[in-house]
Write a new protein. Structure first.
Length: 180
């Protein structure tokens, strides 16, 4: 089975709590069982990979759904990849919301940052679909940071036609920390 995990952190790249470890070890365990598992996360400023990143998608326009002066209608992002053994990890690059930040969490605009992560993942998947490249059969999203993805997948006309058959699994790792 082709599985895409989407998480706000993934070991060993960005580790704040147990989430990064669970995502990393679960992905590797599923790979050992014969599944094709990949991870999508954000490229934070703290990430220092042992191997250089490879560009996958450059200058994608992520629609925000806003039409005012206080917030842009589109954000420009890139997608890069890195690999640890058999595990391929994709990262959404955006200087303002991820790369210039020294921490993963606890910013006043975390809701916007993680909306961008979810929407960026869906835009990357649209690109994969149009190029007939790898697509998951199931998306496993982790914690509230990626909940936007499931909502967009089921309600946003931009994604419904291509991904209406795509299944999602939502895991909440710590109810105490939801929304923080």
């Amino acid at each position: 089975m082709r599985i895409l995990m989407v998480a706000s952190e993934v070991a060993p790249y960005s580790t704040v709590g147990g989430l990064s470890q669970v995502v990393y070890f679960l992905a590797n365990s599923l790979i050992k069982l014969g599944h094709d598992v990949r991870i999508f996360s954000a490229k934070y400023g703290v990430i220092q990979p042992k191997k250089p990143f490879k560009r996958v998608l450059w200058h994608i326009k992520i629609p925000t759904g806003y039409q005012g002066k206080s917030y842009p209608q589109e954000l420009i992002c890139n997608v890069v990849t890195n690999q640890i053994g058999p595990l391929k990890v994709y990262f959404l690059e955006n200087r303002e919301y991820f790369e210039l930040r020294s921490n993963v969490y606890e910013y006043t605009d975390d809701n916007i940052r993680f909306f961008l992560l979810s929407r960026g993942c869906l835009e990357w998947l649209k690109s994969q679909h149009s190029k007939k490249l790898w697509l998951p059969q199931i998306i496993h999203i982790h914690d509230w940071h990626t909940g936007y993805l499931s909502e967009d997948l089921r309600t946003n006309q931009r994604y419904l036609q291509e991904f209406y058959r795509l299944s999602t699994l939502f895991t909440v790792h710590n109810f105490h920390l939801q929304g923080r």
